[in-house]
Design a protein around this ligand. Structure first.
Ligand SMILES: N[C@@H](CCC(=O)N[C@@H](CS)C(=O)NCC(=O)O)C(=O)O
Length: 204
């Protein structure tokens, strides 16, 4: 059975596509927009009541929230070793990076995106964007001190935590808010250079 991934352009569904490609699992990408005025919005609401993408479909089952989808796929296909086994200290150490990417790192970028194009114009705030940029740069400065100079966040093996981190770092790069972070840049390029990576194609 092929997985169906809903999403389009440079959206978060690329994390799911990247993981499926790393594991060589059959999948189909169905382009869908989360805009309430798009013709497919009603269908999206049937799959995810929050009207957000990505959604993963398997037969008549739907999973939303990109982190939940990634976790599900990694644990279901453990033979591909895209994360350490659940319940181990290695998995906990891996998950620190995975959740950091989905929470603390993503939050300022999503704030900038909402105040640039998602919110109605009268609710957009330059101050909110400036504060989010400040927050992001502080976190990237910490990453610059602790990301590995070779390999990936859990060691030589590339894992789903690297997919989550690379996706969010590339997003920051698109917003042009990386500022002198050579170690972070090198780590990001190591991830984006993987043949399975679909994110590089959407750069810029
Ligand atoms: N935490 C969610 C965020 C999902 C999300 O915000 N997706 C964007 C597209 S990448 C979206 O659907 N935006 C439309 C909206 O916020 O109304 C996840 O990781 O899946």
């Amino acid at each position: 059975m092929a997985y169906i991934v809903y999403g389009k352009g440079g959206m978060r569904h690329l994390k799911i596509v990247w993981l499926l490609r790393e594991m060589s699992l059959p999948h189909e990408v169905v382009p869908m927009s989360p805009r309430p005025d798009s013709p497919e919005y009603k269908r999206l609401l049937e799959m995810n009541p929050f009207g957000k993408l990505p959604v993963l479909q398997m037969d008549q089952e739907y999973i939303w929230e990109s982190g939940a989808i990634l976790n599900y796929l990694v644990d279901k296909h453990m033979e591909h070793s895209m994360a350490p086994r659940p319940g181990t200290i290695e998995r906990a150490k891996h998950d620190r990076w995975f959740f950091l990417a989905h929470t603390d790192l993503e939050e300022p970028l999503w704030t900038i995106a909402r105040h640039s194009m998602v919110f109605p114009e009268h609710l957009r705030s330059q101050e909110a964007k400036d504060a989010a940029r400040f927050d992001w740069l502080k976190k990237v400065a910490v990453l610059e001190t602790c990301l590995p100079e070779t390999g990936f966040v859990t060691g030589p093996r590339f894992t789903v935590a690297d997919i989550a981190l690379a996706y969010v770092l590339n997003w920051g790069k698109k917003f042009d808010i990386m500022e002198k972070s050579p170690k972070v840049e090198e780590y990001l390029n190591r991830c984006l250079d993987r043949p399975a990576c679909p994110v590089r194609d959407t750069k810029g």
